[in-house]
Design a protein around this ligand. Structure first.
Ligand code: NAD
Length: 257
């Protein structure tokens, strides 16, 4: 590890040790090490498809078929993924009392599976599917089986209603209670870590700005630059799994002194 990176890791470890109300804000980049491609990587599903707008999903059967085609292509990587070192590190930081919550843009439920208890899913979850009319729930695997068997649009087998994954689509309102709680956490925290997000999808990407404006230290860990790097107190351009593992190691060393 080079000297500057080493110093950044020590700084982040020291800040985390001091806080009992840190907030981690994660994006697709934290799950790439689990094998789920992020939003903008070349070859990823989103480089081949425009996302389906919510209103079009509701009103246009052709757009609904496109929605299910995108899901059919993308969900296998979600179903086979396991939490990685980055997810596990955040669960540990919460256990140790340094993190108040994880606010995530991700829809893969890997934070919960890693053991994080307070997870706010601002974009919902792809791992749950329901009928928009009667709220009947469908297992992910069953939906995937139906798509692979050739169904192009999924209707509720109880009421015939429109079925959709419980994600927040473009053009759809964010879940109000989750959003309010996330904003409140950002106003109250003293350390905000943005991990693996390009920080361009609003309103979620406004959370780091809110935290910083209210006096929190802003840390960005991301492979590529983001539009908020200049605002941050600390920027680490590197792998999230490696960075957080190194931070935990330094924190552990400080404990055993
Ligand atoms: P994004 O794809 O726009 O940005 C991801 C960022 O992570 C990139 O800047 C990339 O440089 C960085 N990155 C990738 N792997 C990394 C690693 N191992 N270590 C450090 N940095 C890494 O993602 P976004 O900002 O979260 O926006 C995408 C939207 O798409 C989100 O709202 C989310 O709902 C959705 N999405 C979710 C998943 C998921 O749940 N895993 C996957 C794809 C898309």
């Amino acid at each position: 590890m080079n000297a500057i990176l080493d110093e950044h890791i020590r700084t982040l470890a020291a800040w985390l040790k001091e806080t009992t109300r840190g907030v981690a804000f994660s994006g697709a980049g934290i799950s790439t090490e689990s094998g789920i491609p992020d939003f903008r990587s070349p070859g990823g599903v989103w480089s081949r498809h425009q996302p389906v707008m919510y209103q079009d999903f509701l009103t246009d059967p052709a757009e609904r078929r496109r929605y299910w085609q995108i899901r059919k292509e993308s969900i296998p990587s979600f179903l086979s993924a396991e939490p990685n070192a980055g997810h596990l590190a955040l669960a540990k930081l919460e256990d140790q009392g340094h993190l108040a919550a994880v606010v995530t843009q991700n829809i893969d439920e890997l934070h919960q599976r890693a053991g994080s208890r307070r997870v706010l899913e601002v974009h919902g979850t792809a791992m749950k599917v329901h009928c928009l009319e009667c709220d009947k729930r469908f297992p992910c695997e069953a939906i995937q089986d139906r798509l692979e068997a050739g169904e192009e649009d999924i209707c509720c087998d109880d009421c015939g209603g429109i079925v959709k994954s419980m994600t927040v689509s473009f053009g759809q309102q964010l879940p109000a209670a989750v959003w309010m709680e996330s904003e409140q956490l950002c106003r109250q925290c003293d350390l905000f870590m943005a991990l693996g997000s390009s920080l361009v999808v609003y309103p979620a990407a406004g959370l780091p700005e809110t935290a910083k404006r209210r006096g929190a230290k802003l840390v960005i860990v991301n492979r590529d630059s983001t539009p908020l790097d200049d605002l941050a107190d600390l920027v680490i351009h590197g792998s999230i799994g490696e960075t957080l593992s190194a931070v935990l190691k330094v924190m552990g060393q400080a404990d055993s002194r």
